[in-house]
Design a protein around this ligand. Structure first.
Ligand SMILES: Cc1cc2nc3c(=O)[nH]c(=O)nc-3n(C[C@H](O)[C@H](O)[C@H](O)COP(=O)(O)OP(=O)(O)OC[C@H]3O[C@@H](n4cnc5c(N)ncnc54)[C@H](O)[C@@H]3O)c2cc1C
Ligand code: SF4
Length: 527
């Protein structure tokens, strides 16, 4: 490919990457999106997560699905891979964070974020086709009962979700973008959103931002992983050479392309990894703050499996309601579709304790004291159908950092505040309440019980905002300090803990960042 075939190369096609692709294309830039995952269509998604090759992303084993699980010392991270990034695997839920988010963390004071982001949240909700969940499934009802039991029935609410409901199974012409978008089909409430929607009802990014960007000429290539970005002059003012290779081959072919600008949008695991690596090689003037300010939602994921026979917690969408317990604490019910019970293999009784010996003792004690109950849970006929998963989130501002470890792999370190914990007493208390509501038993991932490593689907930060390169990787408009026409637009730019699911926020902040880039015709750098 010749020099500057594209104005901007976008690395990754998740929320931030997709917003960038559309808005830059609208401004007249020639855009190339490079995505390491596959371009999955409805038929490519697995029916259940027992189809490991279609569900998991583990290319070394030829697992070429959409779900990635990565373990670090302090946290296990689940994320999405493929054209559309995390939107393929996510649970569609789009809450707006509370006031504390805008006035805390690394971006505190750089803007009046709450006011500043309001119009961009509105745009993001519209673009993602968000709609208030119109149904009450069994697990929404159980959640409502829980809100009554803990004395805050008024805090129970339906969520805004990126799903086309329409009429079940009925396909209609684009209902969102004046006919410019693709056909959509009414959701059948199968509960399989986190396996990839096989029914054309979920508003994944390939159905909105990326679809519209392509119509404006943006090019998307899949199955290519960017491994280096080399500036053509010290500050990148002359552009960049972006190097990429096949992501699915044992003998990857390498290639490169030159562009005037680069957007890092590989998600926290993709962008922070690349930036850390390049700080030591091609981009030495990057801030020393790369990898700092990494946050989770301090989540706890607890599955409560019922002993009851003829019930199903699978019917509905993946997340349809929320209890806004207080300004810092939120709880959502999560579900998988019938038969998608792979996670049962990794479950262990929910216990806590200060070290592995205590927890192991308590786990064994649980098996010994409650053998029948444990037997019923471990051999339940259909785990996902009988399980109410509870996603508990808190907006505590504690941070980790990423650094390069052995063989160049990222490792986590504690940075500030308490470490993310797998044993949040409040979350466990709520799970115990749920046990009585649905007559069941609470279980958690065995990595939590044994090793105390909590799991997060909401990893954020690592390329936080700051006033200068001394205290941040990017400025308040997402521009990377010390390099020209280089931005970070993905979860790694999120510089405080939203306390709730972050995709809407990533979309809104990226929308704002894109408004700061001039039209190509007015941009002297691109003449
Ligand atoms: C099971 C699950 C359920 C979730 N549910 C919700 C929910 O209901 N609501 C919500 O708000 N959030 C949810 N999330 C979180 C949400 O998916 C993420 O916060 C969001 O996708 C992050 O967006 P992003 O822009 O940072 O990038 P991502 O969406 O993570 O996309 C990054 C993309 O870049 C690609 N990439 C990475 N590195 C490279 C490279 N070097 N070269 C080329 N491509 C690369 C990746 O393959 C990926 O496709 C969920 C996550 C999971 C895993
Ligand atoms: S419930 Fe089923 S049909 Fe509806 S959005 Fe989720 S996966 Fe698609």
């Amino acid at each position: 490919m010749s020099a500057f075939t594209y104005d901007y190369v976008i690395i990754g096609s998740g929320f931030g990457g997709s917003v960038s692709a559309l808005r830059l294309s609208e401004k007249g830039y020639k855009v190339l999106v490079i995505e390491k995952g596959k371009w999955l269509k409805a038929d490519d998604f697995p029916e259940t997560n027992w189809n490991l090759r279609k569900f998991f992303w583990l290319p070394a084993l030829k697992f070429q699905g959409l779900f990635k699980l990565t373990y670090y010392r302090h946290v296990a991270i689940v994320s999405g891979v493929g054209v559309g990034g995390g939107s393929l695997v996510y649970a569609n839920t789009l809450p707006i964070p509370k006031t504390e988010f805008y006035n805390s963390g690394n971006w505190n004071g750089l803007e009046n974020w709450e006011e500043e982001l309001k119009p961009f949240y509105a745009t993001a909700l519209k673009m993602l086709g968000a709609e208030r969940h119109p149904y009450m499934s069994r697990n929404d009802k159980a959640m409502q009962q829980l809100s009554e039991k803990i004395g805050c029935p008024e805090k129970f609410d339906k969520t805004n979700v990126a799903v086309y409901f329409g009429k079940v199974g009925v396909t209609v012409p684009d209902p969102y973008f004046d006919g410019k978008g693709p056909d959509r089909t009414g959701c059948n409430l199968c509960g399989g959103c986190m396996l990839g929607c096989r029914f054309n009802a979920k508003n994944t990014l390939d159905k909105n931002y990326l679809h519209l960007a392509q119509q404006l000429g943006a090019t998307i290539i899949a199955e290519k992983e960017v491994y280096d970005v080399v500036p053509l002059s010290a500050d990148g003012g002359d552009g960049y050479e972006i190097k990429f290779k096949d992501s699915l081959s044992y003998f990857p072919k390498k290639d490169s392309i030159k562009a005037k600008g680069v957007i890092f949008a590989g998600g926290v695991l993709g962008s922070v990894d690349l930036l850390l690596k390049m700080k030591d090689s091609s981009l030495p003037n990057l801030s020393n703050k790369i990898g700092a300010g990494v946050r989770t939602n301090s989540e706890s994921l607890i599955g409560v499996t019922t002993y009851e026979k003829d019930v199903s917690f699978s019917e509905g969408i993946a997340i349809g309601s929320i209890i806004n317990i207080d300004d810092h604490t939120h709880l959502e019910p999560v579900k998988y579709s019938e038969g998608a019970g792979f996670w049962r293999l990794l479950m262990a009784p929910m216990v806590s304790g200060s070290n592995i010996a205590v927890r192991f003792y308590r786990m064994v004690k649980d098996f010994v004291m409650h053998p029948i109950n444990n037997f019923k849970i471990f051999f339940v006929d259909d785990w996902s159908k009988k399980t109410q998963i509870m996603l508990y989130m808190e907006s505590i501002d504690s941070t980790l950092s990423f650094a390069r470890g052995w063989f160049g792999r990222m490792k986590t370190k504690l940075e500030s505040g308490p470490a993310p914990t797998a044993f949040n007493p409040k979350a466990q208390e709520l799970a115990r309440e749920m046990e009585t509501i649905i007559n069941g038993k609470a279980m958690v991932m065995n990595t939590e019980t044994l090793f105390g490593i909590p799991t997060t689907a909401h990893i954020l930060g690592g390329a936080c905002m700051g006033k200068s390169a001394e205290d941040g990787v990017i400025d308040k408009d997402n521009r990377v300090f010390n390099y020209k026409n280089m931005l970070v637009c993905d979860g790694s730019m999120v510089s405080a803990n939203p306390g709730v699911n972050p995709s809407l926020t990533i979309t809104a902040i990226s929308e704002r960042a894109m408004t700061k880039i001039p039209m190509k015709s007015d941009n002297l750098d691109f003449k």
